[in-house]
Design a protein around this ligand. Sequence first.
Ligand code: GTP
Ligand code: MG
Length: 187
Amino acid sequence: KKQPVTMRRSVRILLVGDRGVGKTSLILSLVSEEFPDDVPHRAEEITIPADVIPEMVPTHIVDYSAYEQTDSELMAEVRRAHVVCVVYSVVEPSTLVRVTTRWLPLIREATATHSTPSPIILVGNKVDLVEETTLESAEEIMEEYPEIESFVECSAKSLKNISEMFYYAQKAVLHPTGPVYITEKQD
Ligand code: GTP
Ligand code: MG
């Protein structure tokens, strides 16, 4: 029942997830290509110019922080986004639990009236702190939530898979295919 996708004139990427999982660090690491030691709760909206990708559309990257935004502001941002990155920390299991108890249901609720579900990128951050992968848990979640287009394990600190994460978010909007897995184990 998927409707044909028309090419967007911009890509709006929103990052959500529990406090402290590294949303702001991921955005600022992408922009500065180094790990920022001190980050504000919420990064300013960032626009990546159109001419860096072949599709020639600008990309807007939008941060969320519960410290600075209300739930209704969050819902409005989820509705405006073309793709949502749901971030958890691979070293804080409670933040992974909340992916299914809070974040994915919240996105479904916010976008219930949309003709097609917004694509989602599931992001396990802070892989610099562990050896094990959370791929198995992610696969279980992806079976339940087919709107998840890709899964990425990354580190804002080591910069592992940072550009990949944002690339797969752009790709989910401009060339939806689903599902793609990018983990530590993959070369
Ligand atoms: P809120 O805005 O409060 O919701 O948090 P956030 O999700 O934006 O997290 P933030 O970027 O503020 O990072 C929280 C803490 O985790 C900071 O101390 C970061 O330095 C740290 N951190 C973020 N990413 C990584 C990472 O990949 N590896 C490690 N080791 N630490 C990280
Ligand atoms: Mg933040």
